[in-house]
Design a protein around this ligand. Structure first.
Ligand SMILES: Cc1cc2nc3c(=O)[nH]c(=O)nc-3n(C[C@H](O)[C@H](O)[C@H](O)COP(=O)(O)O)c2cc1C
Length: 204
């Protein structure tokens, strides 16, 4: 039995392809693994706050030395870290906004990238502390970034691969609905391709 953490970040509650495709994956996953638990986190409807000076101060104060206000301040971040630590599988719906992830997803990552909890520095440099997790990222973008002239502008997949890798998560599959601003046929083609990928990933 596995714990699945399912994160969405598209601001669209209807018509969102990253939501639709990740939901199709989750539905098929549930059917194939009925005993697994699914924990949902919607960063669009329930965004986490941006980091603040107070939060940074609380993060970098050892737990036993925090005052009551700092202990309260760190609670959300601690809960988010607990949640991601408990997950065996993480499914992320991530639309491309201005060549990268939505700012809500970036704000979430700022809460879970915590020195001493999800990474640490030692004599050999940084070590990610989130081990043995599998991540599926469902992206949607108006243009095409997996190949071609815009490939160098993909700061979504490159960023997620870098930051998740920094935290110790290296087993990441990207399932891309791309070119969705390039006409109906392009949408139909990328959806068909994406759904084939979902079937393959579920069967794997
Ligand atoms: C604020 C905003 C920024 C966007 N920036 C990009 C971009 O940089 N590159 C791109 O190819 N598409 C961009 N798009 C198009 C979206 O990636 C595309 O509509 C995608 O389907 C959105 O995901 P969703 O369907 O899950 O809502 C942008 C859309 C919005 C609303």
């Amino acid at each position: 039995m596995a714990n699945v953490l399912y994160i969405n970040s598209s601001v669209r509650t209807s018509g969102s392809l990253s939501r639709q495709l990740s939901a199709e994956f989750i539905a098929k996953w549930k059917a194939a693994h009925p005993a697994d638990t699914i924990v949902e986190r919607d960063l669009a409807s329930r965004p986490v706050p941006h980091l603040s000076e107070e939060m940074m101060g609380a993060f970098f104060t050892p737990a036993e030395q925090r005052n009551a206000e700092q202990a309260q301040t760190v609670k959300l971040s601690d809960a988010l870290v607990d949640e991601v630590e408990a997950a065996d599988i993480i499914v992320i719906g991530a639309p491309m906004y201005n060549f990268s992830v939505p700012s809500t997803l970036k704000a979430y990552i700022d809460h879970i990238a915590r020195a001493g909890r999800t990474f640490k520095y030692g004599p050999n440099g940084a070590e990610g502390l989130l081990k043995d997790k599998k991540v599926y990222v469902f992206t949607a973008s108006g243009g095409v970034y997996s190949e071609g002239p815009a490939a160098g502008f993909d700061f979504l997949a490159t960023y997620l691969r870098a930051v998740l890798g920094f935290l110790g998560i290296t087993d990441i599959s990207f399932i891309r609905a791309e070119g969705v601003a390039m006409g109906e046929q392009a949408v139909a083609d990328t959806l068909a391709k994406t759904r084939r990928s979902i079937e393959e990933l579920i069967a794997a």
